[in-house]
Design a protein around this ligand. Structure first.
Ligand SMILES: NC(=O)c1ccc[n+]([C@@H]2O[C@H](COP(=O)([O-])OP(=O)(O)OC[C@H]3O[C@@H](n4cnc5c(N)ncnc54)[C@H](OP(=O)(O)O)[C@@H]3O)[C@@H](O)[C@H]2O)c1
Length: 295
């Protein structure tokens, strides 16, 4: 098996490279500088040069609020770039593993979203990610789309890192408590993608769309409470008061789904992949971050 990995400096991209190193899996990874997926000729050249047996696309435009004002760029990456990758995979008879999002749903369902629930994005980022999914399904038979939610890691921009910083800087924090979902460590997204790639390499034909999130549904307010409890063990926290607010009262540029829960039974049945609790990775990152900051 040889992997071609895009978006190698992102949360999931970095985790994929680290895991492939650890497991001695042959791969060639490309940052956005090395391979801009919005350039079709570059995508084709990277495929020719790398000769992968499987492509994993971790590249994406991920700034949910900024996307509302950068529609062209967002669609160029999340729809057109994905189309170029899918076309190149089709031309080279290589499967594509692609990461997508809970934001393809509108969040109005009362229970966890399943793979065959009708997508209905309520923001531009979600719509662009859905457009990318549709391109893949249109152009390829051998593909897997993995929808994940609330990704965090020790690098990059994410909620865990933001709260670690803000609780040391501010006396009061206002956090929304009416969006439900499950945080997902980037390390686990990578583990799932590599597990799927290995099974496809061994002849699995379970192509299609799958959901994966960390185990343990929460909301942003509760998650922030848990993060801050951990931070207090290592560094002084300035925050005195945390205020629970509603999504409708928060000044988001892009609308947010209130229910981001992903049902993960299909991936368990097709690949034996079980959800792992996200908490231990959050605890590890807080410790690592605070010790780095204190040192
Ligand atoms: N973050 C979340 O909470 C979340 C939730 C659900 C789903 N997802 C999905 O999970 C996947 C990975 O997300 P992530 O959190 O790892 O995102 P991330 O940290 O923002 O990483 C995205 C990567 O894509 C690269 N990229 C952007 N434009 C590109 C282009 N034109 N060509 C090539 N690379 C490009 C970025 O490079 P530069 O930094 O150099 O631009 C970055 O390395 C994405 O598909 C995302 O939609 C994320």
């Amino acid at each position: 098996m040889k992997l071609l990995i895009t978006g190698s400096t992102g949360q999931v991209g970095r985790a994929l490279c680290a895991l492939a190193d650890e497991k001695n899996i042959d791969y060639q990874a490309y940052s956005s500088d090395e391979l801009d997926i919005t350039r079709e000729s570059k995508v084709l050249r990277a495929m020719r040069k790398t000769k992968p047996t499987c492509v994993i696309n971790a590249a994406a435009y991920t700034s949910v609020d900024k996307a509302e004002d950068e529609a062209e760029l967002c669609y160029a990456v999340n729809r057109d770039g994905v189309r170029y990758l899918a076309k190149a995979c089709s031309r080279n008879s290589v499967p594509l593993l692609h990461v997508s999002t809970d934001y393809v749903f509108d969040g109005t369902k009362a229970t966890a979203y399943l793979e065959d629930d009708e997508p209905h994005p309520i923001n531009l980022y979600g719509a662009s990610k859905l457009a990318g999914e549709l391109e893949i399904a249109r152009l390829l038979n051998r593909y897997a789309i993995l929808r994940v939610s609330w990704v965090f890691s020790e690098t990059g921009k994410n909620f865990v890192k933001t709260i670690i910083r803000l609780c040391q800087e501010r006396e009061e924090l206002s956090i929304v408590d009416d969006q439900l979902g499950a945080p997902t460590p980037a390390t686990d997204v990578a583990r799932v993608l590599i597990a799927m790639a290995l099974q496809f390499d061994c002849g699995s034909t379970a192509w299609g769309t799958y959901h994966y999130s960390g185990a343990g549904v929460t909301n942003w307010y509760q998650l922030a409470e848990q993060i801050i409890t951990e931070v207090k063990q290592y560094v002084p926290v300035k925050m005195q008061q945390m205020v629970a607010i509603k999504t409708a009262d928060y000044d988001y540029r892009a609308a947010r789904p209130l229910n981001s829960q992903l049902g993960c039974r299909k991936i368990l049945e097709a690949f034996g992949i079980k959800q792992r609790p996200w908490r231990s990775e959050m605890v590890r990152i807080v410790k690592h971050d605070c010790e780095l900051g204190a040192g």
